[in-house]
Design a protein around this ligand. Structure first.
Ligand SMILES: Nc1nc2c(c(=O)[nH]1)N[C@H]1C(S)=C(S)[C@@H](COP(=O)(O)OP(=O)(O)OC[C@H]3O[C@@H](n4cnc5c(=O)[nH]c(N)nc54)[C@H](O)[C@@H]3O)O[C@H]1N2
Ligand SMILES: Nc1nc2c(c(=O)[nH]1)N[C@H]1C(S)=C(S)[C@@H](COP(=O)(O)OP(=O)(O)OC[C@H]3O[C@@H](n4cnc5c(=O)[nH]c(N)nc54)[C@H](O)[C@@H]3O)O[C@H]1N2
Ligand code: SF4
Ligand SMILES: [Mo]
Length: 678
């Protein structure tokens, strides 16, 4: 297996490891053994050489003096931030001794892994780690913090994470960015839409915030948070009423169009306008555009699904392309996610068979509650590729839980994050440029190989290596813990269950760097739904306790006046980069956008420092007063670092309720009040 580590100078292919749909092909420039520049790989068919500022600035993160070099153990009081350097031997022995004792006294379910996709590499994020915790018999984590509500909703309609090939969206004549701030979060979909626009496509944005994407669009439709289901149903109402549907498509490829047609009679534009805050004439105009312009493409974002009703919302929006027969048009349809096209052999990679029995499952969004209330308790956490002290809802509960003196916490990360600062043992992680892995985008259809470009920083180690060492420390003799990275990749790619994967082998990846899933299939025939068709009416939903037809349900009331939407920002990636001076400078200051009427009522002026609070907590941000949000909603941008003396952790305010489907997070459904800070 190739490695570029020994070559001191040159340009080497790579792939972006961050949790971003674009998963860019990269070229890494090395001088004297160090990475000096990161650029886009012009040969990548989708990302074509352009990358975002975040990753252009990656060398600064890789060689940041703050980057962890050695294992550390806590010496002061928990949370005091006092650590001392220890050896890897001592670290592994401390962890495994503690775990052996815990298992003896309380069983392995007293241990919980807590991870997400800080590095999207399949071996890193769901490979050796899963093998290890399965073999250990630890409690299992339900990884629901990102897209699980929407994925569950989309699955009811379409059967799986399958949508339009983004490369084809250049042919669309109408592109709707629905609850996705793509200029910041999916920049190559913007590049493709820009090409479509040059050929006459119209660009519409439906969002609760006049964000960068809205400002770039031809038409921005502001909407009240959590009401998109009603808007989609209002569009359907008009499509059916004005005969703008495609009856032939509905007959051949869907089930339930007659029931749906009757059902949406109740969602007349006037009622929908009252719910959504979208003007009646705008609902008509949008529906008629959607009914008449073809091909049309909807990029469905994460925004609408981070609500209590998020699953049903995505289930509903994903019915729209079927109504006008878009799935047969080149570039038409929708993308919520596309991960099914690159699905690989997760059984072989993760080895669930190593687990002796079905251990308990803990929803990661409820980690705060779980640390306080679960019985039998969680006594040890192993956190990697994730920063729950900042990113998880009900943040105060999470941080208090992590401060529990009796909790033994290990954090594996590149930096001493807010979470790592609360740990007992901290392990340094190598960056993706230092590892071997394979990457599968959840938006485009290319798989890519990462081969190490530089030596691991200090004594840092990859997730795969750390779990190999832990397996040895636990005396696990199963041969899978000795597998090399190449062997693991080969095992994962051996998957006849996914016909799209036929053309992808280890050899083809090594030779070509990126290889496309073979999409020459019968789509949208034989979908993985119970009927094999697009399910506008779903018996499965009925069995699962949901209305079988798309239905608007309001988000629950809370006793505060303003809906609070703490969305991501442009220059951080979740909390990653929030510790880098350059990125902080580019973002300037953490802001909260508020409508001038709501601000006026509270005597708040543009630029004022404001206190935002509810029963869960409070934070202090800078007000941006104007008309970028509708009255009744406020939006913040970015997951800012917990700096001494600051109070900018927006997740102190977010609820840990669980969305209607998929166990998803409801970051955007909480309510707050605001006042000028003294
Ligand atoms: N720069 C940058 N890029 C990123 C990330 C990042 O943090 N920064 N994060 C990455 C990750 S993990 C993910 S999951 C994706 C997420 O990226 P997106 O899919 O873009 O999702 P969000 O940014 O969470 O929210 C998108 C928009 O939804 C809006 N919104 C909130 N509630 C509603 C609603 O009820 N209705 C409508 N119509 N809009 C609503 C918000 O105002 C926001 O503009 O981005 C990835 N890329
Ligand atoms: N208020 C609010 N909260 C949100 C969101 C929101 O929109 N609003 N978005 C939510 C969403 S969609 C998501 S996906 C989550 C994301 O939340 P997280 O997954 O926690 O994402 P990051 O904050 O980027 O933290 C990832 C961590 O992984 C570390 N890391 C990177 N590579 C490696 C590696 O190879 N090994 C190890 N061990 N560590 C590594 C990074 O240094 C970083 O500290 O946040 C959620 N939280
Ligand atoms: S963060 Fe996204 S846009 Fe930026 S380089 Fe990585 S994949 Fe590309
Ligand atoms: Mo995410």
């Amino acid at each position: 297996m190739a490695s570029y580590v020994d070559e001191k100078n040159g340009v080497f292919p790579s792939v972006c490891s961050l949790d971003c749909p674009d998963q860019c092909g990269l070229l890494v420039y090395k001088e004297n053994g160090r990475i000096v520049r990161v650029e886009g790989d012009p040969n990548h068919p989708v990302t074509q050489g352009s990358i975002c500022n975040k990753v252009r600035n990656m060398p600064e993160r890789l060689y940041d003096k703050k980057r962890l070099q050695f294992p550390l153990k806590r010496v002061g009081k928990k949370g005091s931030g006092q650590f001392e350097r220890i050896s890897w031997e001592e670290a592994i022995e401390t962890i495994t001794d503690k775990w052996k004792a815990l298992i003896q006294s309380y069983g392995a379910e007293s241990i919980l892994p807590y991870s997400f996709y800080g590095n999207m590499g399949n071996l890193t994020a769901e490979g050796m780690d899963r093998r290890f915790f399965n073999r250990l018999g630890a409690s299992r984590l339900d990884r629901t913090i990102c897209n699980s509500a929407g994925s569950a909703g989309y699955r009811y309609t379409m059967g799986g994470s399958i949508g339009t090939d983004p490369e084809e969206t250049v042919h669309a004549k109408l592109i709707i960015f629905w609850g996705v701030n793509a200029v910041s979060t999916n920049m190559h979909q913007i590049a493709l839409a820009q090409k479509a626009r040059k050929n006459g496509a119209k660009i519409v944005v439906i969002d609760v915030h006049n964000n960068r994407t809205a400002k770039w669009a031809d038409w921005f439709i502001p909407i009240l948070p959590g009401t998109d289901t009603a808007l989609a149903l209002g569009i359907m109402h008009i499509l059916f009423k004005e005969n703008l549907t495609d009856p032939a498509f509905l007959k051949e490829f869907t089930v339930g169009s007659e029931e749906l047609k009757e059902h949406v009679v109740q969602y007349d534009p006037k009622s929908v306008s009252l719910i959504t805050g979208v003007k009646v004439q705008d609902i008509y105009e949008l529906a008629r555009m959607y009914g008449k312009i073809s091909p049309s493409f909807i990029r469905i974002g994460n925004g609408p699904q981070h609500h209590d009703n998020g699953g049903m919302c995505i289930r509903t929006i994903s019915c729209l392309p079927a109504l006008t027969g878009q799935w047969l048009k080149k570039g038409g349809g929708a993308i919520k996610g596309n991960s099914a096209f690159l699905e690989h052999n997760s059984q072989a990679l993760q080895r669930p068979d190593l687990s002796a029995h079905n251990t308990r499952i803990i929803n990661m969004n409820l980690i705060g509650k779980a640390l306080h209330e679960l019985d039998p308790p969680i006594r040890s956490l192993f956190i990697y590729g994730c920063n729950p002290a900042v990113v998880a809802p009900e943040g105060n509960k999470v941080r208090e839980g992590l401060l529990r003196e009796d909790l033994f916490t290990v954090v594996h990360d590149l930096f001493l994050t807010e979470t790592a600062a609360l740990a007992d043992i901290v392990l340094p992680a190598s960056s993706s440029f230092e590892n071997t892995d394979f990457y599968t985008s959840y938006w485009h259809h290319y798989m890519q190989l990462q081969q190490p470009v530089i030596e691991p920083w200090g004594e840092s180690k990859s997730n795969v290596e750390v779990f190999r060492m832990l397996a040895e420390g636990m005396n696990f003799t199963d041969s899978c813990f000795k597998d090399s990275e190449e062997e693991m990749i080969r095992q994962a790619l051996d998957f006849p269950g996914n016909p799209y994967l036929d053309s992808i082998t280890f050899e083809s990846l090594a030779e070509n760097q990126f290889v496309k899933a073979d999409r020459e299939t019968l789509f949208p025939e034989n979908l993985p739904t119970p009927s094999g068709k697009i399910e506008l009416f779903s018996r499965k939903m009925e069995r699962d306790g949901y209305p079988p037809l798309p239905t608007y349900m309001p988000i629950p009331a809370e006793n505060y006046p303003l809906l609070f939407v703490p969305a991501p920002n442009h220059n951080f990636l979740n909390s990653t980069f929030s510790n880098n001076e350059k990125h902080i400078k580019m973002e300037k200051t953490p802001q909260i956008f508020i409508h001038e009427d709501d601000a006026g009522q509270r005597g708040i002026r543009d630029g004022d420092t404001v206190r935002i609070w509810n029963d869960r907590g409070e934070c202090t941000l800078q007000a941006s007063v104007g008309r970028d949000v509708l009255p009744g909603a406020v939006i913040s941008l970015g997951l800012w670092a917990d700096l001494p003396g600051s109070s900018q952790l927006v997740n102190s305010l977010t609820p840990d309720r669980i969305s209607d489907m998929g166990g998803g997070a409801v970051f955007f459904s909480g309510r707050v009040d605001i006042e000028k800070a003294l």
